[in-house]
Design a protein around this ligand. Structure first.
Ligand code: CAO
Length: 416
């Protein structure tokens, strides 16, 4: 079958991570994504954190697969003319420049609409329009701090902590992709394009909504019973950092397994699901707890939850994380080994599902990347290598109707 987004042309004016993650996703599903980059330099991630001299860095290759690359200096008159032609022929323009950059380039929303009323302009910014910080440039960790993730992550006796997960970058890109697809659907009804804007702060907060839930509960009752601070510790008037607490009705914790003294990832996450109490007791060989009123309800266990975790850790001390999970899975206990990136890279199931894929790159050779986390019954997502800087410049210009001589002149003038 043809890919679902085939026929959708996207001008990809994105850089670093938030924007590229969005357009990469759309490219996987068939959109023609033309990455527009500054001649000579390109996306800054091509050269950031390089591991092979002269080759595009993994930072770039892992966020820009399945795209074409057009170099274009959009601050020159000729460059603007090329961009105008592209806008007239495209469906979506995605950008994550600093605030106001697109306007300064001469491509305000009004101007783009004038050129192509069906155009969808999708933007990532650090803060939303009209926000008192709307002028700020923003990177990942700035967004995690502004979106409520940092103040609620980490341990209560340590500082606010950022997550390794790209809650500000890739997560915002995923929100933007949903916005773009929604606007494309709307256009099929109205024929009109529209502006889609996602801020990194809002996207982080969207993933932290349960912490806003907790703030309101705390305001009302003064404590949060699923946090380790309950019942022995103290609460202030703000949601505390809960370490590795499971939250909700399922207390959980990261527990040591055999080898933890030398292996930083010899741990499992163990969840005490209310209705799984009997299987947990059986797995641990503590059947006497099943009907013991001091243990057999979540409420009764609350004040001794860390004693229970200590007993589970004692049970785990002669089992590797994999052996432990193999036993616990038979009892239907929600748990998993804490996996290192090395283990993930070599996991046969992730390879088989296409979640971790090996792709070829013209200069660097084979490398691993994360494939589509979304699986479709009618489509196998094929991940291809990222483009070299300007690899498709001549091809894209020719498709826009420029002659060989005109293209040569643009190279000469360093417009492309
Ligand atoms: N030709 C000519 N000029 C170009 C160009 C091209 N092809 N592509 C970009 N430019 C220009 C822009 O017009 C802009 O120029 P002016 O500032 O003079 O108008 C400039 O290059 C890019 O500016 P920038 O603000 O985007 O870049 P920066 O490195 O200073 O800031 C970042 C980077 C990420 C902090 C900023 O882009 C930003 O805040 N983006 C929005 C939030 C975001 O997406 N952050 C996440 C990034 S992923 O971690």
């Amino acid at each position: 079958m043809t890919k679902p987004l085939e026929g959708i042309k996207i001008i990809d004016f994105t850089h670093v991570q938030a924007g590229p993650a969005c357009t990469q996703l759309l490219a996987w599903y068939g959109a023609d994504v033309i990455k527009v980059e500054r001649p000579g330099a390109g996306d800054v991630t091509r050269s950031q954190l390089r591991d092979i001299p002269g080759a595009d860095a993994l930072y770039f290759t892992m966020l820009n697969s399945n795209k074409r690359s057009l170099t274009l200096d959009t601050k020159t008159a000729e460059g603007k003319e090329v961009l105008e032609r592209l806008i007239k022929e495209s469906d979506v323009l995605v950008e994550n420049f600093g605030p106001g950059a697109l306007d300064r380039m001469g491509f305000s929303w009004d101007r783009i609409k004038e050129l192509n009323p069906g155009m969808i302009v999708a933007s990532v910014k650090g803060f939303s329009d009209g926000h008192h910080y709307q002028d700020l440039k923003v990177y990942e960790n700035v967004a995690q701090c502004a979106g409520g993730a940092a103040s609620t992550t980490g341990f209560w006796d340590g500082p606010p902590t950022v997550s390794a997960a790209a809650l500000g970058d890739s997560n915002t890109g995923m929100h933007l992709a949903i916005g773009i697809l929604t606007a494309l659907m709307a256009r099929t009804k109205t024929g009109k394009g529209q502006k889609v804007a996602v801020s990194m702060q809002d996207s982080v907060l969207n993933l932290c909504r349960v912490k806003l839930r907790d703030q309101q509960r705390l305001d009302r009752v003064g404590y949060l019973e699923e946090y380790p601070q309950y019942p022995h510790g103290k609460f202030t008037d703000v949601v505390p950092r809960g370490g590795n607490a499971g939250g909700g009705g399922q207390p959980g914790w990261v527990l040591k397994c055999k080898g933890w003294e030398t292996d930083p990832n010899a741990y499992i996450y163990f969840t005490i699901q209310g209705h799984a109490w009997a299987p947990i007791c059986k797995a641990l060989g503590r059947e006497e707890w099943i009907d013991d009123p001091a243990y057999n309800t979540a409420e009764a266990r609350q004040d001794k939850i860390f004693d229970i975790f200590a007993i589970i850790e004692d049970w785990l001390k002669d089992k590797t994380k994999f052996e432990a999970v193999d036993i616990l899975r038979k009892y239907d206990i929600p748990c998993a080994p804490v996996l290192s990136m090395k283990e993930i890279a070599n996991d046969p199931s992730l390879r088989a599902s296409g979640t971790v894929v090996e792709v070829d790159h013209k200069v660097r050779g084979k490398y691993l990347t994360v494939g589509s986390p979304i699986k479709f019954s009618d489509m196998t997502v094929e991940v291809t290598g990222s483009p070299l800087l300007g690899e498709h410049t001549d091809e894209v210009l020719a498709q826009l109707g420029y002659s060989k001589d005109q293209i040569a002149a643009m190279h000469q003038a360093k417009v492309v």
